[in-house]
Design a protein around this ligand. Structure first.
Ligand SMILES: Nc1ncnc2c1ncn2[C@@H]1O[C@H](COP(=O)(O)OP(=O)(O)OP(=O)(O)O)[C@@H](O)[C@H]1O
Length: 286
């Protein structure tokens, strides 16, 4: 087995359970999984399969009722300094940015998290300045948050999380309700964050987005991990995707409908641009 097939993990769940107060069955039900270090992982599953709960457990916001959650072999402890350190290493962008934004303006909101880290004033000012640049928020710095569009709020929430320099970034349905332009911008931002060394996990039920973006995929079903593997292998496992009624990624389906001689010895395209260049390449070489 190669490192590609079995990358080292940054975060692990071992037989984890979580039941909401008053619920008659666990939302997370004997969940065992690992998040590979340095990868772009997509957690996929239907509404209600436990994606948000998993991320809240991973961030230490919820306490599991049984099982072990660990960071590079070190177990999550739910008290004081240890929990604070845990939560500094992991950044979570909520599905609804409204739940995350707490201050009056963009700059104040980003500074708020930095103040909680008890950094020096100079360090806070420097990180705020750099974050506004990185997320192209300079012009919005003093804008009241309630004047922002949803896409802008998402960007501010993500900027606030990234200002804290987490090693692992978790995003819950980051593209929900975003138009195509905003989605593309966000995905470019995520690629930049990943290229700077941050491991990223997104929870989504957008199969096409996950197909285009992820290099590792985890399928979640009724609070359990059904498969965790290289994304290309998961997305070509049509039988499993159909069994879970998750559908098939559109580009993968189009690719497989093309004549075999065209597809021969070429990996399936991840984007429409890759599909187009494969078709042009084929035309030139017939
Ligand atoms: N606050 C809550 N109290 C009780 N049950 C909850 C609560 N939040 C979620 N649940 C239940 O826990 C299960 C998992 O929910 P969760 O929100 O983690 O799923 P999800 O995969 O993120 O769904 P979605 O894709 O719709 O966001 C569901 O059955 C849901 O009804």
């Amino acid at each position: 087995m190669t490192l590609l097939d079995n990358p080292p993990s940054i975060l692990e769940f071992a037989n984890v359970f979580y039941t909401y107060p008053g619920a008659n069955k666990p939302a997370i039900d004997d969940l065992t999984l690992r998040i590979p270090a340095g990868k772009k992982t997509a957690i996929l599953g239907h509404n209600g399969c436990g994606k948000s709960t998993l991320l809240l457990l991973a961030d230490g916001l919820y306490k599991c009722s049984a099982g072990i959650i660990s960071w590079q072999g070190k177990r999550l402890e739910y008290q004081g300094r240890s929990l604070n350190e845990w939560r500094q290493r992991i950044g979570l962008a909520f599905q609804d940015p409204e739940q995350q934004l707490v201050a009056a303006t963009v700059a104040e909101d980003i500074s708020y998290g930095l103040c909680n880290l008890q950094l020096s004033k100079a360090e806070i000012a420097q990180r705020l300045h750099q974050t506004l640049i990185d997320f192209n928020l300079q012009e919005l710095a003093n804008r009241p948050l309630h004047y922002l569009s949803l896409g802008q709020k998402r960007r501010v929430a993500l900027a606030g999380v990234m200002a804290l320099k987490p090693q692992l970034l978790l995003l819950d349905e980051p593209t929900a309700y975003l138009d195509r332009l905003q989605t593309n911008n966000l995905m470019q931002e995520l690629d930049r964050i990943h290229a700077n060394g941050t491991t990223i996990v997104i929870a989504t039920h957008d199969l096409d987005l996950a197909y285009a973006w992820a290099d590792w995929a985890i399928l979640l079903h009724e609070g359990r991990s059904i498969v965790s593997d290289r994304a290309d292998r998961v997305f070509s496992n049509v039988a499993l995707l159909e069994q879970l009624q998750l559908g098939i990624p559109m580009l993968w389906e189009i690719w497989n409908a093309l004549p075999i001689d065209l597809r021969d010895r070429q990996p399936p395209p991840k984007t429409v641009a890759e599909l187009r260049s494969s078709l042009i390449h084929h035309q030139h070489h017939r």
